[in-house]
Design a protein. Structure first.
Length: 148
């Protein structure tokens, strides 16, 4: 079996993240009013105050990341951006868990059916998916004089 190259790992991660962010961005756009309403319910004054702006900004950022992941020359930056956005979401979810908020997830689509703890794990898996290709360095092969 051939070793998984760094480029192959980047492409696999990019495809998974494109599916995730593409799906959630479109869901948030299609359900904009619901998304903004749910953001206004959050017990974080800044989030509630900025809900209409966040309702546009969050899916826009997700779509920019999708675009970056599609471009060979921007893919690594897109993976880092994915990690950072997922980190922000993890902080938000952790805050929701620590405050005991029983609000629905604002992610959109079927993903919003997950509980907060499940969502924490789900995002952690995608954080690993986004950062692993940026740190994975395949071992270089050193050939001796004979080519067997």
């Amino acid at each position: 079996m051939k070793n998984l190259s760094a480029n192959s790992l980047q492409i696999i991660a990019a495809v998974l993240l494109i599916l995730l962010f593409g799906y959630t961005a479109v869901s948030k756009i299609l359900e904009y009013d619901k998304f903004v309403f749910q953001l206004k319910l959050v017990q974080m004054p800044a989030v509630a105050l900025l809900a209409p702006l966040l309702g546009i900004l969050i899916p826009a950022i997700e779509l920019v990341i999708v675009w970056m992941l599609c471009k060979d020359n921007l893919r690594i930056k897109g993976l880092y951006a994915s990690f950072l956005l997922l980190l922000v979401f993890e902080i938000y979810i952790t805050t929701m868990l620590l405050t005991g908020e029983k609000l629905p997830c604002t992610c959109g689509g079927i993903i919003s059916q997950m509980g907060w703890k499940t969502h924490l794990v789900f995002n952690a898996v995608f954080m690993i998916t986004s950062i692993l290709p940026t740190i994975y360095k395949p071992k270089s092969r050193i050939f001796s004089g004979s080519h067997e």
